[in-house]
Design a protein around this ligand. Structure first.
Ligand code: 4GY
Length: 232
């Protein structure tokens, strides 16, 4: 999978995603992440990418031209790399988008190329969104200073679903949200800490009992913390 991120802060994307599991997946060429600086595509002689909103209001907006030109450059890159001239899905990350969830991550994980558009300031000229965006997605009901963190959140969630990214074949699905249940409590050594013992059943070696315990604990945890998941 090839990710592209249209951003004014490419370092943030590169620094944030080059470590740990995602970093190793890039080394293994299971995925690539290209952060494209929107400022490189402005035609303004002072390299400005923002301007005042028509009709007034607080703050500045990202102008249409640099965003559309960045998008065109990405399409050329995709064509050169894969031969594909299809329009890639372009996700605009915004608090007014559809709420991101695991099922959406699974759907995006099937794309060959996926583009994220990160806004800053007060947002982006609507005509740029009309030209390039295909999906509008939010990571939650709060307002951040830019779209980079949400884009990174989504890239992380999508990447771990790409075959080969996690070393354990089972781990991508057998986790919180897999069957609309939260994950059971987990323990590693030591067997006792501060008088707290690891639940007996986990040391029993009795696989059927262990599975039953995990199921029950998942259910209890879901009832306690996310009863809404059980109603779905
Ligand atoms: N929450 N989910 C979010 C966000 C910041 C101004 C548009 C969110 O997805 N994005 O808070 N984004 C704003 C900042 C431009 C994006």
């Amino acid at each position: 999978m090839n990710f592209y991120v249209m951003t004014l802060f490419p370092d943030m994307i590169e620094q944030g995603l080059n470590t740990s599991i995602i970093g190793r997946a890039m080394e293994k060429e299971l995925l690539s992440i290209k952060a494209v600086n929107i400022r490189d595509y402005t035609l303004d002689k002072h390299k400005r990418v923002d301007d005042y909103p028509y009709g007034g209001g607080a703050g500045m907006l990202m102008a249409v031209e640099p965003v559309v030109r960045t998008y065109q450059a990405i399409r050329e890159d995709i064509a050169a790399k894969t031969g594909s001239t299809e329009r890639p899905r372009v996700v605009y990350v915004t608090p007014w988008g559809r709420p991101f969830h695991q099922e959406m991550a699974r759907e995006f994980a099937r794309e060959e190329n996926l583009v994220f558009l990160c806004g800053h300031y007060e947002g982006i000229d609507e005509r740029a969104l009309e030209e390039v965006a295909t999906d509008f997605v939010s990571i939650g009901d709060y307002v951040l200073t830019g779209g980079e963190l949400p884009a990174m959140v989504m890239i992380d969630a999508i990447s771990r679903l790409i075959p080969g990214v996690l070393n354990n074949k089972d781990s991508a699905e057998y986790e919180s949200f897999a069957g609309n249940l939260l994950e059971h409590p987990q323990y590693t050594r030591p067997e006792e800490y501060n008088g707290k013992k690891v639940p007996e059943v986990l040391l029993s070696g009795h696989h059927a009992k262990i599975e039953a315990w995990k199921k029950e604990q998942s259910l209890l945890r879901t009832q306690k913390y996310r009863p809404d998941l059980l109603e779905q």
